[in-house]
Design a protein around this ligand. Structure first.
Ligand SMILES: [Zn+2]
Length: 302
């Protein structure tokens, strides 16, 4: 398996390039997708598949890193065309019945829910496959390994295919052309300590290419993973310094935005790139995640 055999499908989420990907790999009896993308980008997925000479019926398997809407929303739709959907055991019940997932996302996104995410259909039970940690499995002539990697979400999986790692969101968010990474920190399962342990696990693997869902393929694996660790430690300090004296979510969002703006200007990011980061990883969502982590794990009230 060469890097060139992995096709990055840009789902052009909300009309923006390099925000959400789905990775396509051809095998002996069809194609695999890593991530389905959200329901709202099903037409874009279909269009890109057609350009490559495939249709939904050619997708034999969809490997989900986790069940957040931007990664898994279209999985149910694809299962209707015959694709088997692979997922962590904790994510599985929500794919069979996404009503709780949709209800909690609706609390966040309100009437923007449909335009942002589209439909989230349940996965057909006979098409759902639950993985074990470190499980090895074959699809056609491809051999994958599932690594449970909690931190961003409790039910997060990285997939290894030879020396490529599909890192979902645990590998952070990056835009091609920039040596800059952001850490997406949504509630309710964010756990920075577990995140560092998961990255340490990846650092022990022989990985030549990282493929984060947001966005693209990267060869500077050692730098990338070390930078994730460094950024998480910087966030831990930021949390300790700021949440110990400020609990108001709106004021914290302002402070965090300032910190992110400083980083963006240090890195010389263009407004388009800043917007792509904001689309994949809204500041407000990360602050909510940090507040929840603080209250639940760092300073739980007894
Ligand atoms: Zn996520």
């Amino acid at each position: 398996m060469n890097k060139k055999d992995i096709i990055t499908i840009d789902l052009e989420f909300q009309g923006k390039k390099q925000a959400i990907s789905s990775y396509l790999i051809k095998h002996s009896t069809g194609v695999v997708l890593v991530e389905s993308g959200p329901g709202s980008t099903v037409p874009a997925l279909e269009r890109e598949l057609t350009k490559l000479g495939y249709g939904f019926g050619d997708i034999t398997h969809v490997l989900l890193t986790h069940i957040h809407l931007d990664h898994a929303g279209a999985a149910g739709e694809l299962s209707k065309f015959g694709a088997e959907v692979l997922v962590h055991p904790v994510g599985a019940p929500h794919l069979l019945d996404p009503s709780r997932l949709i209800a909690s996302a609706t609390r966040i996104y309100g009437d923007r829910m449909d335009s942002l995410w589209g439909r989230f259909l349940p996965v057909k039970p006979e098409k759902l496959r639950v993985l074990r940690d470190a499980e090895e499995f074959s699809i056609g002539d491809l051999s994958f390994r599932a690594l449970f990697t909690p931190g961003h979400a409790e039910h997060h999986i990285c997939y290894l295919l030879d020396e490529t790692c599909f890192s979902g969101d645990i590998g952070g968010i990056r835009i091609p052309g920039y040596r800059y990474l952001r850490i997406p920190m949504p509630p309710p399962e964010l756990h920075l300590q577990k995140w560092k342990t998961s990255i340490a696990l990846l650092q022990k693997e022989k990985i030549k290419t990282l493929a984060p869902t947001h966005f693209g393929l990267y060869d500077d694996v050692e730098w990338h993973l070390a930078t994730i660790q460094k950024n998480i430690m910087a966030i831990e300090s930021w949390i300790e310094n700021n949440l110990s004296r400020e609990k108001d979510p709106d004021r914290l969002k302002g402070l965090f935005q300032l910190w992110m703006n400083e980083q963006a200007s240090d890195q010389g990011l263009t407004p388009e790139v800043i917007e792509a980061f904001a689309l994949s990883n809204p500041i407000a969502m990360s602050v909510d995640g940090m507040l929840r982590y603080w209250n639940k794990h760092l300073h739980p009230s007894i």
